[in-house]
Ligand binder design. Structure first.
Ligand code: PLP
Length: 430
């Protein structure tokens, strides 16, 4: 076919990667294969599938054609060698950990994380015999100092919570590789359109596809991706015989695809956090407009950040798109199209907790809820919701002040968003 050698652009791959029109029906859109299982051609073929000697569909917990189209499409967009989709972002992260770590192993992670990730790395890790060392990600020395002989990977978020810090991926990947361990990056806030961590040396990328990838606040989903470049030949969990699969050596058998094969054939098989075909279909709809939506999200976020930055009732704005932000230079390097559309700001007030509540209750367009990355604009006040049980001094330790507001900027008319914020700021007591 003419054009077969051509490397298609990002937008073309958003629409076409991972799927050709159905040969039986001619269906142009990716069909929803709503089935649990697949009829085997014969008993020999069935045995080969189970022995991983042939790749094919067995059971939808492990593979499904609609899910596979989503996996291939996002792998193409991230410049990854492949992907495994999961039921949620939390399931994707845990799958990576269970695939790469054994009890007693450790990770070193940025402390600027999604709240659920922090609890997973503290409490669920403890149950699994794993340990996470949390470091302030802004200095490479902190990372180096926390690495021990049991450290099996480094972990961070491209754009981290809660202050929108941008991860310096390139030197971090070099540090990881100097210790023969992979760098795992949660790139949820960036999406493959704004940043591709693997282009900077990251080995594994995870996403909560619940957010901008789905893009419409309709489905919970996650995905993990592998660059195929990390050398797992001496990495115990991928190179050693695996008793969970007849002592199969995943690296020896599948080479650079070994990590992904184990993530699917062992971890997904045994822990079960599989993506449903219907949700995969919705994520595919999201991917097809990703670049168009992200350009618009970023444009609106920049306008809102600049508006708040100049507002007399606003104490601070933490958006790396602003020139005076400490992460502005890193954002220009890693997210040149814009550092996402989720950020925090602080209300100036005698009683910031009260002002935060008044502000949220006065908004008309912004929806008050616990999510980000919807096409609609969203708002939350951490001090009265996710962190309400903390005292003022504990909030300060967590880097959250009582007047901190988190915004996720949607695709509405820019002037309408500024109007809504202005009238809500006017309604808050000084
Ligand atoms: C939401 C989120 C997660 C968790 O994803 P779910 O799909 O909710 O399980 C992980 N990391 C980041 C950065 C997130 O925003």
């Amino acid at each position: 076919m003419a054009g077969q050698k051509r490397r298609f652009g990002f937008e073309t791959r958003m629409l076409h990667a991972g799927h050709i029109p159905d040969t039986v029906t001619g269906a142009r859109a990716v069909p929803i294969y709503q089935t649990t299982s697949y009829v085997f051609e014969d008993t020999d073929k069935a045995a080969q599938l189970f022995e991983l000697k042939q790749y094919g569909n067995i059971y939808t917990r492990i593979n499904n054609p609609t899910v596979a189209a989503f996996e291939e499409r996002i792998a193409s967009l991230e410049n990854a060698t492949g992907a495994v989709a999961t039921a949620s972002g939390m399931a994707a992260q845990l799958n990576v950990m269970m695939t790469l770590l054994d009890p007693g192993d450790e990770i070193v992670t940025s402390s600027h994380l999604y709240g659920g990730t922090t609890t997973q790395f503290v409490h669920t890790f403890r149950k699994l015999g794993l340990k996470a060392h949390f470091v302030d990600p802004t200095h490479l020395d902190n990372w180096a100092a926390a690495i021990t002989p049991r450290t099996r990977l480094l972990y961070g978020e491209t754009i981290g919570n809660p202050r929108g810090s941008v991860l310096d991926i390139e030197p971090l990947a070099q540090l990881a590789h100097a210790h023969n361990i992979p760098l795992v990056v949660d790139s949820t806030f960036a999406t493959p359109y704004l940043c591709r961590p693997m282009d900077w040396g990251a080995d594994v990328v995870v996403h909560s596809a619940t957010k901008f990838i789905g893009g419409h606040g309709s489905s919970i989903a996650g995905v993990l991706l592998d660059s195929g470049k990390f050398d797992y030949s001496r990495f115990p969990t991928i190179a050693d015989p695996d008793p969970a699969y007849h002592d199969l050596r995943f690296y020896e058998t599948f080479g650079h695809y070994g990590f992904l094969m184990k993530a699917r054939a062992v971890t997904l098989r045994d822990t079960g956090g599989a993506l449903s075909p219907f949700n995969a279909f919705l994520l595919i709809q999201g991917l097809e407009t990703l670049s168009v939506r992200m350009d618009r999200h970023v444009q609106n976020a920049q306008a809102v950040a600049e508006f708040l930055h100049g507002h007399p009732k606003v104490a601070w704005v933490a958006y790396a798109g602003l020139a005076d932000n400490p992460y502005h230079a890193l954002a220009q390097k890693y997210t040149p199209k814009g550092p996402g559309a989720v950020f925090t700001f602080g209300i100036k007030a005698g009683n910031p907790r009260l002002a935060g509540k008044e502000f949220i209750e006065s908004l008309h367009l912004f929806s008050h809820l616990a999510n980000v990355g919807d096409a609609r604009s969203l708002v939350i006040h951490p001090a009265s919701t996710t962190h309400q049980q903390l005292s003022d001094s504990e909030l300060e330790q967590a880097g959250i002040d009582g007047g901190m507001i988190r915004l996720s900027i949607g695709l509405e008319t820019t002037e309408d968003l500024l109007w809504d914020l202005e009238q809500a700021l006017q309604a808050t007591s000084a």
